[in-house]
Design a protein around this ligand. Sequence first.
Ligand code: UDP
Length: 399
Amino acid sequence: MRFAYFLHLFVYVKSTELQFCETGQSEECGNDKGPNSRWSKEWSEYKSLIKNAAETYVECGHTSSGCSYCYDETIKKDLSPFADGISKETLDSAKTISRITKYQIIDGQLFRSKNCMFPFRCSGIEHFLLELVKDLPNTEFYLNTRDWPMAGRHFGSAVPVFSFSKTKDYWDVMFPAWTFWEGGPALGIYPNGLGRWDEYRKTLSSAAADNPWSRKESKVFFRGSRTSAERDPLVLISRKNGKLVDAKYTKNQAWKSSKDTLGEEPAEEVKLEEHCRFKYLFNYRGVAASFRFKHLFLCRSLVFHVGDEWLEFFYPSLVPWFHYIPVPSTADQQMIQSIINFAIHHDGIMREISENGANFIENHLTLNDISCYWKTLLLEYTKLLSFPISRDQTLIRIH
Ligand code: UDP
């Protein structure tokens, strides 16, 4: 819906050539004041979307134990297909998913299927579960450690399975990804995985302090592998206009030849803290949602978020045009160019949005908020179970 509206804005871009406006070029590129200016119509629409988002935004509060209220609606929405209760039979429908992981909490102890498809991912999840286990009632649930969700809405009735990311076409109930603690992707620059979120928050805050808005380079930056072709238009723009866009493909484990990096050799990987040198950072989906999204905000740079289909649990609480600039997943080079031009010519507004985004992640996505999310999710989920929990002897105890 949001993006349908957004798309309509782009019909006003008439030129078929790619052209970038740089600061000081407003004569040539048009400005947002003259009625005949090339960009005036869409720029004023963007500004009205930004104004409206700022006027209607309501900041979430915190409970006395410091838990953000921002995510209550997401939990409610994800559990709503199960509002009439989860019978043993319904829960068992998740059991048939291949390589699914079963967890039980019994009398303050945590139990799990003997094998986990991705042991480091299970470890990352169990860090939070073990912290909470004494405060939770007996319960059991099935959790999917793959990147993509498992329970398509078009394939039958609701299946209660936990996944880290999904689109609205899935029943899966979102949980905070393992990578907040452990099990994130391993790259050349992160041989042990992406690293703990609490530590990365500090690293990025310090990189943001070293690179305040006034000292950031006025350039779009992206580094990542070609996990989705939605990234191609930005990379192609970069190949034509490296002065304003630096977007390059890196290798991932599936890389075989330059075909996998859109016909060029892979670029060097760049650490997330080094992204903070640039004013404009792009986020894209990968196989599912990409872990980079939360990091980009902490640079206090302006985040362009492409596509609204793939979610992690915290995405619905971020407001387009207030915390980030949304870009449709179908955006071609022309559309992307148009929105970049707008950003370049509205530095003060972009700075404010970058501050809004960073403040949200700083205040509402702490490690404590991850624990809070798990706790609320499991308490609300367990209320729906309509059968007594009995210990599954095939599971092993996790300490
Ligand atoms: N990444 C990074 N620097 C790079 C390439 C990737 O920090 O040069 C990070 C990126 O931010 C993401 C993870 O590594 O969190 C995996 O990125 P990739 O693009 O390979 O896959 P994605 O998970 O985004 O689909």
